[in-house]
Design a binder for this molecule. Structure first.
Ligand code: ATP
Ligand code: MG
Length: 369
């Protein structure tokens, strides 16, 4: 997949701006605060329908513009080409603010779509952030979300099942919280969806582990480093829907007492081990950085293989913690992968021996277009 053009209007610090990208490595460079991450944020929004930085969409509207003669809101558009299509695809998002009210419209090839689910998976990418070490050291929900997104990018059915599971869980917990005895009406569906999700999570834990080890070896040419991923709290003793329903029944009193469905796939935990050490506890900062980077590169590999489509790599300042030797090796691997967008304050940090060609975008210029 190649993102050919990005059009941004009244979004963050941008007025009206059009970017045309190279098919290879696009280095977005410029001083702090110039708007590099904002470009990645716009691409992310066009792929996922939400920002990775805020849930308050009005923050995305450029607040430095005088809107007295026009509409307050932002508009962004991506033009991209899938590896298999001759024609381009467009995704547009238009957001308008009127007083306290707001409206948002999303279009794929000019046709409006109503559910976020229909947008996910059209523009495919993997985003690397400075905060990615949270994948290793952060709360279990961060790793759960990683797995959910990874599998959702590969399987629409998984995404549908996950949406249904979360909806049912929410309704069930609501009834438990108001001490209603009717919560059991959801048990059959909850168990059915939980088992599908569990199976997929076990499958992808193994796939991710193997892919991470392969990539690490490929980049660093080292056989001695090993990653392991262990899935915990995922009802290892339950193998059928009937057993799941039975577990729900036999723990009713505890659920009522705690006012919640206190076990299930939504409480699954993934532990990541690096050379048999729990990465969270024992890895150095740089090792956590490498580990999270390899996890994301594995995500890219799994998604692009399953979708038979190259994914974009959006890399926000995520390589700078690595020593020069490792950074060079990672960059050499990344640039062979397809289209890359990488932000950096000093472009010298990203050039590998000046032997590769880059399409350098000076973010500084874009502000004045
Ligand atoms: N809604 C908004 N309206 C106008 N400007 C905004 C808005 N939101 C953020 N900004 C501005 O955008 C800039 C931040 O952009 P961004 O995070 O992309 O910077 P950056 O180039 O990635 O910087 P760094 O190198 O520090 O990461 C800041 O100058 C901030 O004031
Ligand atoms: Mg930034």
């Amino acid at each position: 997949m190649i993102l050919k053009k990005l059009y941004i209007n009244q979004f963050r610090n941008y007025k009206e701006t059009m970017f045309t990208f190279s098919d290879n490595v696009n280095v977005l460079y410029g001083e702090n605060g110039i708007g590099k991450t904002n470009i990645l944020e716009a691409i992310y929004l066009l792929g996922r329908g939400i920002s990775f930085r805020t849930r308050h969409e009005k923050e995305l509207v450029n607040h430095n513009i005088d809107y007295s003669n026009g509409e307050k809101g932002y508009y962004i558009k991506a033009v991209f080409k899938s590896d298999h299509n001759e024609y381009d695809t467009t995704v547009e998002i238009s957001y308008k603010l009127e007083g306290k009210k707001h409206t948002k419209h999303v279009f794929i090839n000019k046709k409006e779509i109503k559910a976020r689910r229909d947008l996910i998976g059209k523009l495919i990418f993997v985003l690397f952030l400075p905060t990615d070490t949270n994948l290793i050291e952060g709360s279990p929900s961060i790793r759960r979300d990683f797995f959910h997104m990874l599998i959702s990018m590969v399987s629409n059915e998984y995404l549908d099942t996950l949406i249904k599971y979360n909806k049912i869980l929410k309704m069930r917990n609501k009834l438990l919280s108001i001490k209603s005895n009717d919560f059991y009406i959801y048990d059959d569906d909850l168990a059915k969806y939980a088992m599908i999700i569990k199976e997929k999570n076990i499958e992808y834990t193994l796939i991710l582990e193997k892919t991470m080890n392969d990539i690490h070896k490929k980049i660093f040419d080292k056989n001695t480093d090993v990653y392991n991923i262990k899935l915990k709290n995922c009802l290892s003793d339950i193998n059928t829907v009937e057993q799941y329903i039975e577990k729900l029944k036999s723990t009713t009193q505890e659920q009522i007492r705690l006012s919640t469905t206190y076990f299930g796939i939504h409480r699954a935990e993934y532990d990541i081990y690096y050379n048999n050490m729990q990465a969270k506890k024992y890895c150095s900062q740089g090792q956590k950085r490498i580990c999270s980077l390899i996890m994301k590169l594995a995500e890219e590999c799994i998604v692009s293989q399953a979708r038979k489509e190259s994914t974009l790599l959006l890399i926000d300042d995520a390589l700078l913690e690595l020593d020069k030797n490792k950074r060079t090796k990672v960059l050499e691997y990344i640039e062979k992968k397809g289209q890359v967008f990488i932000t950096v304050t000093e472009k010298e940090n990203i050039l590998i021996n000046n032997k590769h060609e880059y399409n350098i975008l000076e973010s500084q210029r874009c502000d004045h277009l």
